[in-house]
Write a protein that binds this ligand. Structure first.
Ligand code: AKB
Length: 327
């Protein structure tokens, strides 16, 4: 095998995808890249990961990283999330679309395979919101959504026109204990755990009944690796497959946390910008195409994700993990 390049390697997804890829393929085959500098080397005597400083909006930097490291697969994670993209739409276009274009061009020149993370944000208010089909109306009204829907089309174009093996997932909100998200509409579902453990109180920026799809990060990273490993013949959609694990509201999540922290309180101070974004997205996705074409199935539901998040975060946020709840 040759090597894998991960862009945005220090972001929310990269922080968990990189270790999963290193475990699968060996650390020497995974090249991390980010616009941020690599954290200082640990003194543990372990082999340091290979790192390249890459700004994806600079085509030469992307090409150079692919050439120097003999890359054959790119997981292109560098992107702005929905709320920050709404604040800075020009920058979002430049990073999300310009970055993707540069990665696809490098993939065309060096014959690489590409993974592209699309999102529930690729849908809009005219999309059916419940059990959103794999193939349906895509007229997003956010800049983030515009870049995700356009990104799906650009990936399809490179696949059809240049024969590049580009595959993608429409990811729901991702919940992780490793790295905090930054600037997303679904970030409440991560923040709530930190605040519950620290203060037993969380003020949520989405309304109590705002229903959105979510997924625990170990399921998401497994989905990315499994999709890229799948036989290409049965893949009918590629860019991009709907996947989901749970469709929940802030009230549902708070009630589940209360099973572990009974005096946890949630209240609400709705942010109109993020609320409007959430209301333009699906409430639940139909992921049957992913299940049929490449065997997708989530392993974590609301209960198992919440128990695991609290146990793992408990070690870092408030000292030793509390004993798992029985029954
Ligand atoms: C966001 O909230 O922007 C992301 C997403 C759903 O794509 N987590």
């Amino acid at each position: 095998m040759r090597n894998i390049l991960v862009t945005g390697a220090f972001g929310q997804i990269g922080s968990e995808l990189v270790p999963a890829l290193q475990q699968h393929f060996g650390g020497e085959h995974v090249v991390l890249s980010d616009i941020r500098m690599a954290p200082r080397a640990s003194a543990g005597g372990q082999a340091e990961p290979v790192f390249e400083h890459v700004d994806c909006t600079e085509p030469q930097q992307v090409l150079e990283a692919v050439r120097r490291h003999d890359i054959d697969t790119i997981y292109h994670l560098a992107a702005l999330l929905s709320a920050v993209a709404e604040e800075r739409p020009h920058l979002a276009w430049s990073i999300n679309m310009g970055g993707l274009y540069n990665v696809l061009e490098a993939a065309r020149q060096y014959r690489c395979r590409v993974f592209f993370p699309s999102s529930i944000g690729a849908f809009g208010p005219s999309t059916p919101r419940d059990h959103t089909p794999q193939v349906t109306i895509q007229r997003p009204t956010t800049m983030y959504g515009v870049t995700k829907a356009s990104g799906e089309l650009l990936c399809d174009y490179y696949a059809a026109r240049f024969g590049i093996d580009v595959r993608g997932l429409r990811l729901p909100g991702l919940i992780s204990y490793v790295a905090p998200p930054g600037g997303g509409t679904t970030d409440y579902a991560v923040e709530i755990f930190y605040q519950a453990l620290r203060y037993k109180h969380y003020r949520c920026f989405l309304g109590p009944e705002t229903r959105l799809d979510m997924m625990y990060m170990p399921d998401a990273t497994r989905a990315m690796i499994e999709l890229m490993a799948a036989d290409s013949a049965p893949l009918h959609h590629r860019n991009a497959y709907n996947i989901t694990a749970m469709s929940i509201t802030p009230e549902d999540l708070a009630a589940e946390i209360r099973k572990h922290i009974p005096d946890f309180i949630i209240d609400y101070q709705v942010d109109p910008v993020r609320q409007a974004i959430a209301e333009s997205w699906p409430r639940s996705l139909d992921d049957s195409a992913a299940r049929e074409d490449w065997g997708w199935a989530p392993r974590y539901d609301l209960a198992s994700m919440t128990a695991d998040m609290l146990a793992r975060l408990g070690e870092t946020v408030t000292g030793p993990a509390r004993a798992p709840k029985q029954g």
